[in-house]
Write a protein that binds this ligand. Sequence first.
Ligand SMILES: Nc1ncnc2c1ncn2[C@@H]1O[C@H](COP(=O)(O)OP(=O)(O)OP(=O)(O)O)[C@@H](O)[C@H]1O
Length: 264
Amino acid sequence: MQVARRSETAIAAKSISLTFPTADGPVHALKDISLAINRGDFVSFIGPSGCGKTTFLRTIAALETPTGGTLSVNGMTPDAARKARAYGYVFQAPGLYPWRTIAGNISLPLEIMGFSRSDRAQRIARVLDLVDLTGFGGKYPWQLSGGMQQRASIARALAFDADILLMDEPFGALDEIVRDRLNEALLDLWKKTGKTIGFVTHSIPEAVYLSTKIVVMSPRPGRITRVIDSPLPRERPLEIRDTPEFIALAQQVREGLREGHSYD
Ligand SMILES: Nc1ncnc2c1ncn2[C@@H]1O[C@H](COP(=O)(O)OP(=O)(O)OP(=O)(O)O)[C@@H](O)[C@H]1O
């Protein structure tokens, strides 16, 4: 008997290319990107400025259209997946509306989607708890620290319970101590929710600490130079960063980044 099963692959890219026409000639932002991301994976994209990390995340989110190749998100085209609200997107800056409270900011996409008032209230309470901001729903963004604001923006992306969370360098502007805490909190959230996460970063330790899969990219043209599957356990205290396994993995990422540079 055949049992209908949901595909294990959340995101499948086959030979994706994206060329931007510009006044100075075409910019090959992505070239021949093939990658499979499984459900529940935590995938980091790392590489120097201009290697196409943001562009690739934006193609997954249907904010850019590839000029070649095929891309499926939850078995759908990116556009259909966007309409089905298959993902939440977290930008580098929290982007909270200053005239709305934290709860009001989280509520906004839910209002647009037509969730009822009581459903919204339940969802807001749940996601505030997930990002450890219970009790801050009534505050305005300017009353919160940068790290708290970024947690609020993650809560907003989680509120409609998409299976996929796309995060474009969400902690890039924060100091190291706050970043460490948010990295721990994000891992905890990932374990609790089982979401598939695509995460852009410039930081090798951040990529190694968080990911089950690390995608190393290189510019001109934007391409993948290495895909490293992490052997680290899913249970990761911050001290794991001092273990030989962690250091060896960071070394592999560094080598991948160097390979990319020698191509220039
Ligand atoms: N709308 C656009 N029009 C023209 N070129 C673009 C556009 N968007 C991105 N690019 C170019 O595509 C390349 C990839 O850009 P992208 O922002 O994806 O890189 P990135 O790896 O995310 O960089 P960073 O780490 O600096 O954010 C760059 O050369 C960039 O200038």
